[in-house]
Design a protein around this ligand. Structure first.
Ligand code: UD1
Ligand code: CA
Length: 457
């Protein structure tokens, strides 16, 4: 929509959060609250929103970057004062949409309706309201006997009768630009909190005979403001619900959707099945037809198609290609890349390890700072000794090599293409291609020893 500029109020610390972090930087489903509001603003208007910043403004600005413009509110003297700081940016706009940085769940359709209603009716102000069973600390909407909105009374300023009003202010408004600019100057802080209330504009416009409209949010959750950790948790679970709903519409199966935790940044392909108690975070992308079993925890992991992640697999900053199988209880640490058809089995830990197509490490191994060639086979209990106490060194296992069980590969070391390492070896020197390396002590057998020992007793 042209002629529409947006202001997002986001300068407050959020005292009730009891945090050192500015409220709009608290995360829900993996993203800071402000992100959801900036997304919303950009769905409604092409002009980048003006964010009023104050607490931790450098961090907020750095995070949002050039998706927005910024107005600084040095002291948080109230929502009216916040908008005053931004007004110069928007004073030529026909309409000004005001959003709160702590109200992240509003749907674009609802805002669209608010703006359309505003334009259709020629109001000076149209605001979003909602009806709550417990109106708590929200501003109360006072209407006259004809139903027209007269004013907003903040909970802390309300009398007993007003406190009973269940229709409350969502903190989302569309103002006629001219009326907003001219009336902002007239705000005073003569109230319970000693702040300049944006909400006082409603009474002021009404008294000067202007039209005020209200749109009631279809679902009050859309206007839920985050003021406490409990409200943050409610917002998180609503976003989770929406994420899972979207993914199901896109063809993902969830065996128990209520138990999974999936950031809103995650994508999952068709026909993938997600078991209970799975956590997927950050920039994680999962392909088609994968099976993700219980207790899998992925952070910034790219997973191809037809991959099977068994119970308890934990991975971070890793890539897992098509048809690989991992786990149960495998730990893929940053820099792990598993090629097609790779198998990494139970109790295997990897770090900066690149596995070629078809390579296998099926049981109980540590493979760090390593390259494992295509179709190489790493036996149970193999350890790459990559750290000498000061530096990390690399192990290279070439294509088709076979590493017997319980081998230590003391890096830097290379096992050549097709070579064999006998079980129980400590490999300190390179093994040439197609050879056999063995380093265990030859076995000694003393016949009848056990029998003689028993007799002595
Ligand atoms: C505000 C409304 C209340 C409404 C509620 C809806 C006022 C006076 N009250 O109350 O009617 O029901 O939102 O969620 O407007 N902010 C600034 N600078 C300031 C103060 C606040 O930028 O000086 C920002 C905050 O960072 C926050 C938003 O404005 O993002 C709302 O402020 P908050 O203190 O949470 O207002 P509420 O008490 O919730
Ligand atoms: Ca609030």
């Amino acid at each position: 929509m042209s002629d529409l500029q947006t202001i997002i109020m986001a300068a407050g610390l959020g005292t009730r959060m009891k945090s050192r972090t500015a409220k709009v930087l608290h995360r829900a489903a993996g993203r800071p609250l402000i992100d959801y509001v900036v997304d919303l603003a950009s769905e409604i208007s092409d002009a980048p929103p003006v964010i009023v910043v104050g607490h931790q403004r450098e961090v907020v600005q750095q995070h949002v970057g050039d998706r927005a413009r910024y107005a600084v509110q040095e002291k948080q003297l109230g929502t009216g004062h916040a908008v005053q700081q931004a007004i110069d940016y928007v004073k030529d706009a026909k309409d000004v949409l005001i959003l709160s940085g702590d109200v992240p769940l509003t749907r674009p359709e609802t805002l669209q309706r608010l703006v359309e209603e505003h334009r259709r009716s020629g109001n000076a102000l149209t605001l979003l309201t909602m009806s709550l069973d417990d109106p708590a600390l929200y501003g109360r909407i006072v209407r006259d006997p004809t139903g027209a909105v007269v004013k907003i009374v903040e909970a802390k300023d309300a009398d007993e009768q007003q406190r009973k009003i269940r229709e409350v202010n969502a903190g989302i408004y569309v103002f006629d630009g001219k009326h907003l600019a001219s009336n902002l100057k007239r705000l005073s802080k003569n109230n319970a909190q000693g702040e300049y209330y944006l909400t006082d504009l409603i009474g002021m416009l009404r008294e000067s005979g202007k039209r005020i409209g209200a749109v009631i949010a279809p679902d009050p959750i859309e206007a839920l403001g985050v003021n406490s950790r409990a409200e943050l948790a409610t917002v998180e679970s609503e976003i989770q619900r929406r994420v899972v709903e979207r993914l199901m519409n896109e063809g993902v199966t969830f065996r128990n959707p209520a138990t999974v935790v999936i950031d809103s940044t995650v994508s999952i392909g068709q026909d993938t099945v997600i078991y209970p108690f799975v956590t997927l975070e950050g920039n994680t992308r999962i392909g088609n037809a994968c099976v993700i079993e219980p207790g899998v925890h992925l952070q910034n992991v790219t997973v191809g198609n037809d991959v099977h992640l068994k119970s308890g697999t934990v991975a971070e900053d890793a890539v897992i290609e098509d048809e690989a199988t991992v786990g149960p209880y495998a730990h893929l640490r940053p820099g792990t890349q598993l090629g097609k058809h790779v198998k990494v089995g139970n109790f295997v830990e990897t770090k900066k390890a690149i596995f070629g197509e078809g390579a296998k490490a099926s049981h109980l191994s540590y493979i760090g700072d390593a390259e494992v060639g295509a179709d190489a086979n790493i036996g149970a209990g193999t350890i790459t000794c990559n750290y000498d106490g000061v530096n990390k060194h690399k192990t290279v296992i070439e294509d088709g090599a076979f590493i017997g069980s319980d081998t230590q590969l003391v890096a830097p070391v290379r096992v050549g293409r097709g070579a064999y390492v006998g079980a129980g070896s400590t490999i300190t020197k390179d093994v040439p291609p197609d050879s056999l390396a063995l380093s265990r002590i030859p076995q000694k057998v003393i016949e009848g020893w056990a029998k003689r020992r028993k007799k002595k007793k």
